[in-house]
Structures are given as structure tokens and as C-alpha cells.
Design a protein around this ligand. Structure first.
Ligand code: SD4
Length: 289
């Protein structure tokens, strides 16, 4: 059995795993740690793929998607949320303070404002400039491994062995207005089952949604696969169902109840950040191609 606690996150989001990992070491719950961890990246203006500073859709709107899942199986989610820096915190409020799982758009914003979240402009000068540059040709082609940090999906297992997860993103850059990806969809971008383990996804949301990827990874672990084997099999499923798999990236990370972790992607270049035993490292993943 691997030593607990552990925090892992998609890509090289080591500042997020460091934050979550240090909290877990102090005895913080997996649910609190995972929320605090991904919030680091929601605030980070340097990454254009999550939260504040995220790339806009093709009409210039920054619209955020996020979800969170607790060890007790509870879940909360917000989609198409504008002008709020921490969608994951709003998702947690939806989970804990409403009878619902998912709030969208105007309603999600209204709920956030009622709960004390502050409205702010999330479109940075750099993101606006890049968008205006994009408008000149309007060529829609999602970039594989964009800047090597994309959607953040994080999974934490705390000292008690309880598992929680969160996933937060600004979605694909220059997506259609109204487009929602896999990240806030429970079972697609994230799934937690405290008896078995948890999984999170990043990459082309459309492909991940069509295979309900994170749920698939967790169910494969339930049936005896290691996290690594489960991630690989889920990616192979996506490859089999999408003739154009050469043109997009899809990746999973997973953790099981014993603290084993794994990750796999279609294209080379994916990695995950991992904090365990006071060590924060980046682990390169194997890929289908
Ligand atoms: C989405 N999965 O909105 C997210 C974005 C992402 O590589 O991870 N892109 O589809």
C-alpha cells in the first residue's frame, strides 16, 4: 500500500499539487485540499486554460466550467459561468447548499453573486490580444498539449484514505459561444467513487464526453484494473471510436483506494503532477501514439 496522503493533478500543475499536498499533510480533508489546490490555477493569470486569464470563446466571452466530487458521492458543478474567478468554489456551494448538482450560465452567476462571490473581468490583455489575432483567420484547430498545461483535474486521497476530486477549465480556446466541455460533467471530466478510486480527464471534451471517460476509468478499476491499466483502456476506447484521433489529445489520470496512481494519453507529451511524502514531482505518462 502506498503512503497517504497523495495529491495528483493533470499536466505540470505542481503549484496546485504542492498547495493541496501540504494541506493534506496537515490533516486537511481531501475535499478541502482538492478545492484549494485547483483554486491556485484558477487565480494564475499565466495559464490561459483555467479560471482568470482563460482564453475566451470566439465571441470574446470567458466562460468557465468546473465540478467537484466528495468522498460521500456528492457532486456539484457549474457550466458556462462568466466573471467569477473560482468556479470550483461555486460548484462546491451548489453541491452543499442546493438540492441540485449543476447550475448553468445566468443562474450559476446569480447563485454565485448571492453567495458573496465578486464579479470581475477575467479577460486579460494578453488573452484579448491573442483572441483578436485569432479572429483574423478564425481557424478552429485545438492545439495538442497547449503550452503543456491545460484543464486542471485534481484527485486527492487524505490521511483517512478518503478520496475527492475537482476539475476546472476555461474550455477549448475559441469554442462556439455556449459550448460546454467534459470538465464539469460528472462522469466525463471527473468521477470519484470512495470505495474504488477516482479519475479525471483533460483534452478534447467532445471525445471524452462521448465515452463518459472518467466514469469508465473508475469502473475499470472496480473490475480489477490498476489505475494505469484503466486509463490506458479508456484511451483505447476513445481511439477505437474516433477515426480522427490523430488530430486531438485526450488524457486521463487515476488513483485507487490503495494510493496507486496512473495516467495515459493519446499523444505523447502528457504528464501529471504528484505530491506524496513531501515530494512534489512531475510524472511523464505513456501514450497510445
Ligand atoms: C474541454 N477538456 O473543455 C476541456 C479542455 C481541455 O485540452 O482539457 N483541453 O474540452
Amino acid at each position: 500500500k502506498s503512503s497517504l496522503p497523495i495529491a495528483i493533478a493533470t499536466w505540470n500543475f505542481h503549484e496546485a499539487t504542492l498547495r493541496a499536498g501540504e494541506l493534506l499533510d496537515k490533516g486537511t480533508s481531501a475535499l478541502d485540499a482538492v478545492e484549494q489546490g485547483v483554486m491556485v490555477e484558477e487565480s494564475n493569470l499565466k495559464n490561459t486554460t483555467v479560471g482568470n486569464g482563460g482564453a475566451p470563446d470566439r465571441d470574446g466571452n470567458v466562460t468557465l466550467d468546473a465540478c467537484i466530487m466528495a468522498p460521500n458521492g456528492n457532486a456539484g458543478s457549474v457550466v458556462y459561468l462568466k466573471n467569477i474567478e473560482h468556479p470550483v468554489a461555486v460548484a462546491r456551494k451548489v453541491m452543499e447548499d442546493t438540492p441540485h448538482v449543476m447550475l448553468a450560465g445566468e443562474g450559476a452567476l446569480q447563485f454565485a453573486l448571492q453567495n458573496g462571490f465578486k464579479k470581475q473581468n477575467l479577460l486579460t490583455e494578453e488573452s484579448e490580444k491573442a483572441w483578436k489575432e485569432w479572429l483574423k483567420e478564425k481557424k478552429y484547430k485545438p492545439i495538442i498539449n497547449i503550452e503543456n498545461h491545460d484543464t486542471i483535474g485534481m484527485l486527492c486521497i487524505d490521511k483517512d484514505g478518503d478520496i475527492a476530486g475537482a476539475c476546472t477549465t476555461s474550455g477549448l480556446a475559441y469554442k462556439m459561444n455556449g459550448r460546454v466541455g467534459d470538465s464539469p460533467i460528472i462522469g466525463s471530466g471527473l468521477y470519484v467513487d470512495n470505495e474504488v478510486g477516482a479519475a479525471a480527464a483533460t483534452g478534447m471534451g467532445e471525445a471524452i464526453m462521448k465515452s463518459v471517460g472518467s466514469f469508465l476509468v473508475v469502473e475499470l478499476m472496480r473490475n480489477g484494473r490498476s489505475p494505469q491499466e484503466a486509463c490506458k483502456e479508456a484511451i483505447e476506447r476513445i481511439v477505437k471510436r474516433n477515426d480522427n484521433y490523430n488530430d486531438f489529445q485526450a488524457c486521463f489520470i487515476a488513483i485507487n483506494k490503495d494510493g496507486e496512481v496512473g495516467g495515459y494519453s493519446i499523444h505523447d507529451g502528457f504528464s501529471y503532477a504528484k505530491y506524496q511524502d513531501s515530494k512534489n514531482e512531475n510524472v511523464k505518462c505513456k501514450s497510445y501514439l
